[in-house]
Design a protein around this ligand. Structure first.
Ligand code: ADP
Ligand code: ZN
Length: 739
């Protein structure tokens, strides 16, 4: 019983409760007598005509007579409170991304509350005295509970033949108490000394720095940069071990679920037990248990995707962001945020070190390290004296593939040799499906998505044309829908399916495997395929960007990049950096075992700076040039940038809204720009993907000096602009990945 209530007699305790819906404000509720809730507690509250679970964001005592007009909290929920640092993180992310706080909260509490008290296995127990008012339904509930202890609310209601409201009433009166049921353990205890390797001197030095950072228990960001196969993972394992010894929790984020799976096995080999796994493919009941285990401190290590940043750590000691450069760290739907950047924010709020690991750091990260904002540890060579793969470009102008083929003679020869020696080959092509475009030879008709401004991709194994943006699928017709001619439709360009077909024809004896994220069977299947490659049960792997990342395939000695130019054509200022990173990563899969590796890069533009940097091994120079381009354009990290996307089903309405918004934004500039600073609003122009899922999209770009409060300006500009009506939507992307 809160003291304040007793003293004042009529004073009331008011709590502001944030609910996991798209609102920014925390609604105020009165705490009824006999019920108390502290900041961070989960509570049941009325919301409109329904009831929802929210989290107490703040709590205050009002003088007599005040707050009596407020609705009352219905009851508390037996979940561990949301830690204050996580609540501050939620506030921070919401402010940074211009998202309603409730939407960010939803990411943090989806596991326990979405699974609901029932699915998290919150059981009910008879606790307090019998209720003052006994109805037949209540009697049935109490009788049933005696024979069904630990039933969930839904189970109990069903067995007693009543609504859950009856049970809620009994919970409110304290007769029944919800309890979190103990579940089976989430895994064994991790042992920091289970199987440590003997580190090489350069690894030892880097590990020493990380261990010191963990021991210091202070925030700081450290870039751990090391060529592919440099032993970065073994280095950060030492930091993880240090955190375990200090009984503090560790969060390791990975950009891709397929990597999470491999990492779990590696952690198990090093620490003697598997850490907890966290991503959308983990079954919801298990996720709920991980959430509770993280909150109680029982879960020592979490390996997770982006969303693991929103877990309620009781006692965090270290965050590691592996493959920090990976574009998959950007979440583009719902709350638009970059998980690497938000990891640094979480680390600051938790006051723990953050390690960013990569062989090809993002330009932003490198600049942060160079300018001293981040620490910087470098592992310059591969472990065990292994050499980096030798990279060479194959000039497709000089040695083009035969007609209807995608593998040039030099690459074909290298493949044959490598397989002949009993070694493994990886062919990389970042295009899913059979062909990126289907064309009528007679009339030139091209198949376009009805909902998006993109071509439909042919998927031959499914006999379908598909949109990779909205999921639209149609059967591949036998005759052209425009001119009616039969047998005139031809696939244009290669996808991995088509490449597989060619490989199987040219190397019929090789064991071939196509690894693509859209293969049936999902994450589990991909995990098995990756393991089969690592065990050398396959000679020739064909893969999309899924294989480019972080994997360790000991027998792989040749990587062939089939079309190095794919990503360079789209005019995005980040395209060169992205392509460089991806090709460096994918060729870095070669030669990680005992035998040296090489990479052959097919390109129509061997003189492109990206190809030159790869072949010469002078990544430094490439990055310097790219950095200077960004600096002179005032783009991130040297300036600030946000995209405002206005979309709607009607093109004119969307465009008109975007124009009005741009006018309002321009009129707002004056108040936000000190004389010597830069703040500009560009557009509107058609957004890249001008039509997406049936919505027409227009984009404003806002660029500003670093010192400008960009979010503040955006908020003011949006407030000054017209209200979005009908199906018009305005989405903000702070520091967009493509611009
Ligand atoms: P990175 O993460 O930098 O690509 P890894 O940590 O995966 O590199 O190391 C590459 C390979 O070398 C792995 O198989 C790893 O187990 C092994 N390795 C790393 N450090 C050592 C070491 N000091 N002694 C022996 N093997 C090592
Ligand atoms: Zn589409």
């Amino acid at each position: 019983m809160p003291e304040e209530v007793e003293v004042g007699g009529e004073s009331s305790v008011v709590v502001d409760v944030l609910v996991p819906v798209a609102v920014d404000v925390a609604y105020s509720y009165r705490l009824p007598p006999g019920l108390d809730a502290a900041e961070g507690d989960f509570v049941h509250v009325p919301l409109g005509t329904r009831e929802t679970v929210g989290v107490v964001w703040s709590r205050e005592v009002l003088g007599p007579g005040r707050g009596s007009n407020l609705k009352s909290v219905i009851g508390t929920v037996d979940l561990p409170p949301l830690p204050p640092r996580l609540r501050r993180f939620i506030d921070w992310v919401a402010r940074w991304t211009l998202t309603p706080r409730g939407m960010v909260l939803r990411m943090a509490v989806r596991a326990p509350s979405h699974a609901g008290p029932e699915r998290v296995r919150i059981g009910l127990r008879r606790a307090g005295p019998p209720p003052a008012r006994l109805t037949p339904a209540r009697i049935r509930v109490l009788d049933t509970l005696a024979t069904l202890p630990d039933a969930s609310k839904a189970e109990l209601a069903r067995a007693a033949g009543c609504s859950t409201g009856v049970i809620d009433g009994l919970i409110d009166e304290g007769t029944i108490t919800p309890v979190v049921l103990s579940a089976e353990p989430l895994g064994g205890t991790l042992d920091p000394d289970f199987a440590a390797v003997r580190l090489e001197p350069s690894q030892k030095m880097a590990a020493g720095e990380l261990v010191a950072a963990v021991t210091r228990r202070r925030f700081g960001t450290i870039l751990l940069e090391g060529v592919t196969g440099a032993g970065k993972t073994e280095v950060y394992f030492e930091a993880v071990a240090a955190a375990l010894r200090a009984s503090r929790q560790v969060l390791i984020t990975m950009p891709e679920i397929a990597l999470t799976a491999q990492a779990l096995d590696r952690f198990a080999a090093r620490f003697g037990a598997r850490p907890a796994e966290w991503h959308s493919a983990v079954p919801s009941r298990r996720r709920a248990r991980v959430w509770l285990g993280v909150a109680s401190g029982d879960v020592q290590i979490v390996i997770g995707a982006r969303s693991s940043l929103f877990l309620p750590f009781a006692n965090l000691g270290l965050i590691v962001v592996d493959e920090e450069h990976d574009p998959a760290y950007k979440q583009e739907d719902g709350v638009v945020y970059h998980a690497r950047d938000m990891a640094v924010v979480r680390g600051r709020l938790e006051d723990v070190p953050v390690v960013l690991a990569s062989a090809t750091p993002a330009l932003e990260t490198r600049v942060n390290a160079e300018e001293g904002r981040y620490g910087h540890l470098v592992l310059a060579a591969r472990v065990g004296g292994r050499s980096l793969p030798a990279l060479a470009a194959i000039n497709l102008r000089k040695t083009p593939p035969p007609r209807g083929s995608w593998i040039s003679p030099p690459l074909a020869e290298a493949i044959g040799e490598t397989i002949g020696r009993g070694e493994q080959v990886l062919l990389f092509l970042n295009r899913r499906g059979y062909a990126p475009l289907t064309l009528c030879r007679t009339c030139g008709h091209r198949f376009q998505c009805p909902n998006c401004s993109t071509w439909l991709v042919e998927h031959r194994f499914r006999n379908a044309l598909m949109c990779h943006h909205c999921g639209h699928v149609e059967r591949r017709p036998t005759q052209c829908p425009a001119c009616g001619n039969a047998d005139t439709l031809v696939p244009c360009g290669p996808g991995v399916e088509r490449l597989t077909e060619e490989v199987e024809q040219r190397f019929p004896a090789a064991r071939t495997l196509l690894l693509s994220s859209d293969a049936p069977g999902g994450a589990e299947h991909i995990r098995e395929q990756l393991a089969a490659i690592a065990r050398h049960e396959v000679d020739l792997v064909i893969g999309t960007q899924l294989v480019a990342k972080g994997h360790n395939f000991p027998s792989l000695t040749l990587v062939g990049v089939v079309d190095a130019d794919v990503g360079l054509a789209n005019g995005d200022p980040r395209a060169a950096e992205r392509t460089f990173q991806m090709l460096q990563q994918v060729t870095g899969r070669a030669g990680r075992g005992d035998k040296p590796g090489r990479g052959l890069i097919q390109t129509w533009e061997p003189d492109h700076p990206v190809m030159r940097a790869l072949v010469s091994g002078d990544g430094e120079r490439f990055y310097r040039t790219e950095t200077e381009m960004r600096r002179s354009a005032g783009l991130p990290p040297f300036g600030r940038l946000a995209a405002v996307i206005v979309s709607g089903g009607d093109r004119h309405a969307a465009e008109a809204h975007a124009r009005a918004l741009a006018r309002a934004a321009v009129a707002t500039i004056g108040a936000w720009r000190p004389a010597e600073q830069r703040l500009d609003v560009l557009g509107p122009a058609e957004a890249p993907l001008a039509l997406l899922r049936g919505r027409h999209r227009f984009r404003l770009l806002v660029t500003a000096s670093r010192a400008i409060d960009l979010q503040g300006f955006l908020r003011a500009a949006l407030a000054a602009g017209p209200k979005a009506r009908g199906d018009i939507r305005v989405d903000i992307d702070v520091e967009p990945q493509s611009f």
